[in-house]
Design a protein around this ligand. Sequence first.
Ligand code: MN
Length: 209
Amino acid sequence: MNSLRTYEQKRRFDQTPEPKPEKKHGESRRRFVVQKHRARNLHYDFRLEADGVLKSWAVPKGLSPNPKVKRLAMAVEDHPLDYADFEGVIPEGQYGGGTVMVWDRGTYEPENGEQIGALIKKGELKVKLKGKKLKGSWVLVRTGDRNWLLIKHRDRHASEDELTETSPRSVLTQRTLAEIASQEGGNVEKAASGDPRSLSRRKKAMRRS
Ligand code: MN
């Protein structure tokens, strides 16, 4: 069974710059990526490398380092490993049309077993993230069907800092969503609505002067 089938069926690869559905075996570097995605709604796509693909969840509010905060994460289709490098614009009218930013990236360690696929089926997965922004232990717990909760464990990386607000830029290129859209032919106004307001206000002031 090809777990990238759904990914492939949703996209037209002559229309979108997203990577083709290629499953890679033999590689298991346990990378993770969080992609900030201003599609119809703003969300953060959390992806973990396992079984030759990126296991994926859409997290509307993004990951919080605050252990008191439980973030809804919706399981979505597996993505190809090459997707971890994708930052750019998906054309309007295509699936997920909008601007994508590599918001954080790094490696992870499983903390309650090695068989990630089996743990996902079971509905509980503990991971230690080693990203540029996200660090320390999180737990993913399924609460029903596609719905999961993503919660920070108490450790020395726990904090009340709302990273989505305080660190809004790409870890790959330091760009804001609006800058990515503007440089890659996307909808700048729509993308800017996904940047923190302090950033878009500064931008408007710059344009006026
Ligand atoms: Mn998405």
